[in-house]
Design a protein. Structure first.
Ligand code: GLC
Ligand code: CA
Length: 555
């Protein structure tokens, strides 16, 4: 006698082990030939992403924006910038992606608006003390003439975090806070109107079918009461004790995330929140992942790690240990639109570097960086949790460090007095096909908004698909194996003994991963089927190599 199975099939929430592909929209694919990536371009390339084997996309801000910071300065959270398309295009993209089984996360920027946002324009036109100004942080200056900023906080992009406005009488007046660029005034999250507005914005997009949000600087919204000065050593960058910074990681910020989670939980379909949270302390980071807050947060410690076996191992352990008590998955990432591309970073003698001020001082060995990037992705995709890929890393693209100064657009370049080039080098439009720029990024006559290196002719999707040893083929194979083996998704993680300078671990019954970070050679166990390898069918891994192989001997 057969019984119908009374239990629904056991399925883990998708965000626990999803591989998410980050689309930096300006630089992914240009559908109309104006040199700037757009929604039409993304729609054309969805089959590529499905075939790559990712589960979801994260699209960087596509809202109406004057682009003072590449779209992280939003003037209208409910409309698409005409440069990227229309709301109808966004709806079509969501429908197309879902039809292909791809989820879509969008970026939400709650810490600040654009200075062109109607709220900020209204604040400028309103007097000190008005309700319009109370949506931001407007204060009188210090000193006899009020010409000293209200406190000594520096802007992340250089210079002071305060801008002074001209009042209705034509005289310099109050100051407003901008932790990032002057075109990005910080919202006052103590104001209930601000909180209410963002909950409505979330609902607006959830109603349209987005699967969740990547929250920009999700640890920044709350400022310590009274906006106290930083001690001088902290102004120049010396870290404060965990939780002690007046505008990062204030405890009250968790309330906002709880409220947002309640909004998401009203919707069916496992909508998810991922935080961009620059908090180093693993426990304080894990606090954002409590059951009623965000589901996931980027693990930037892993991205900033030295290419060094003990350091990698201790970061992996610290992450897994800190996340376990809150039941949250780890979220691994090797690069994004703010970080130096890993082929370049790992090609340097000091690889943990994310500090762009020093980038110019160290040359990169791109061949070495490429070998390490291949090993690093096999390490990352074998770890338990979810993983984020940044467009172009699957092609092995490097940081374009020789962009002419005249084309640089990152506000960091201007704000640093032209001393720090900023992040444009990881944002160059990616190459798809052909032998010359625009390499299929847009229609043939397109001039991409940042120039592409001629040598990218060998790094197009088309060229790499034809080469079994390419980075793209390695990513595709690894993602295919990851989808096929349940142990790689659900099982725990267990370190196995391995020589100094190497890492070896098992994931359930399915798979073991071995990484030779810095030893002369690493011998794989005999009699195991090789599943993926950075170096083809060899059993002695050289330095900077990695492999996945069956956890059991061949039957
Ligand atoms: C985040 C974004 C970055 C942006 C900043 C300000 O760090 O990733 O690109 O410049 O927030 O919004
Ligand atoms: Ca375009």
């Amino acid at each position: 006698m057969t019984h119908p199975n009374p239990l629904p099939p056991v399925r883990r929430a998708w965000w626990r082990d999803a591989v998410v592909y980050q689309i930096y929209i300006r630089s992914f694919a240009d559908g109309n030939g104006d040199g700037i990536g757009d929604i039409a371009g993304i729609r054309e390339r969805l089959p590529y992403l499905r075939d790559l084997g990712v589960d979801a996309l994260w699209i960087t801000p596509w809202y109406v924006s004057p682009m003072a910071d590449g779209g992280y300065d939003v003037a209208d959270y409910r409309a698409i910038d005409p440069m990227f398309g229309t709301l109808d295009d966004a709806d079509r993209l969501l429908a197309d992606a879902h039809a292909l089984g791809l989820r879509v996360l969008i970026d939400i920027v709650p810490n600040h608006t654009s200075d062109r946002h109607p709220w900020f324009q209204e604040a400028l036109a309103s007097p000190p003390g008005s309700a319009a100004r109370a949506r931001y942080h407007f204060l009188d200056g210090l000193g006899d003439h009020g010409d000293v900023p209200p406190n000594n906080w520096p802007s992340v992009f250089g210079g002071p975090a305060w801008g002074r406005v001209i009042e209705a009488d034509g005289q310099p007046g109050q100051w407003y806070l901008h932790i990032f660029a002057p075109e990005q005034p910080d919202l006052n999250w103590d104001n209930p109107a601000v909180r209410a507005e963002f909950e409505l914005i979330l609902a607006f997009w959830l109603d349209r079918g987005v699967d969740g949000f990547r929250i920009d600087v999700a640890h920044a919204m709350i400022k310590a009461p009274g906006l106290p000065d930083l001690r001088p050593e902290h102004v120049t960058g010396e870290p404060l004790a965990p939780g002690g910074h007046p505008h990062w990681d204030q405890d009250e910020v968790h309330e906002i995330h709880r409220a947002w989670r309640r909004v998401l939980d009203r919707y069916p379909g496992e909508r998810a929140l991922i935080g961009e949270i620059g908090v180093d302390d693993p426990e304080r980071l894990a606090a954002y992942l409590r059951e009623d807050e965000l589901q996931t947060a980027f693990n930037f410690a892993f991205m900033g790690a030295e290419w060094d076996a003990p350091e990698l191992r201790s970061i992996i352990d610290a992450t897994l240990d800190a996340n376990a008590p809150v039941g949250a998955p780890a979220t691994w990432v090797l690069s994004n639109h703010d970080a130096t591309r890993q082929v370049t970073r790992l090609g340097r003698s000091f690889t943990g570097l994310r500090n762009r001020e020093l980038d110019d001082l160290l040359t990169a060995d791109l061949a070495l960086g490429t070998r390490r990037a291949r090993a690093a992705i096999l390490l990352m995709l074998a770890l338990p949790g979810s993983a984020y890929l940044y467009q172009g890393e699957e092609l092995g693209l490097w940081e374009v460090e020789d962009l002419p100064e005249s084309v640089l657009q990152d506000p960091i370049w201007r704000r640093s007095g032209h001393t720090i080039r900023g992040r444009d080098g990881c944002r160059v439009p990616i190459p798809w096909s052909g032998h010359a720029s625009p390499f299929g990024f847009g229609p043939p006559a397109t001039t991409p908004w940042l120039p592409q290196p001629a040598s990218w002719r060998d790094f197009t999707v088309e060229a790499e698909m034809a080469d079994p040893d390419s980075m793209l083929r390695l990513y595709r194979t690894a993602l295919e194996v990851r989808r096929r083996l349940p142990g790689l998704r659900a099982a725990g993680h267990e370190w196995l003994p391995s020589p100094d300078g190497t890492l070896r671990f098992r994931r359930g019954d399915d798979l073991e991963c071995a990484v030779n970070v810095s030893a002369d050679a690493l011998q794989l166990p005999v009699g195991r089927e090789l599943l993926v390898s950075t170096h083809g069918d060899i059993r002695r891994l050289p330095r900077d190599a990695a492999a996945w192989y069956a956890a059991r001997e061949d039957a």
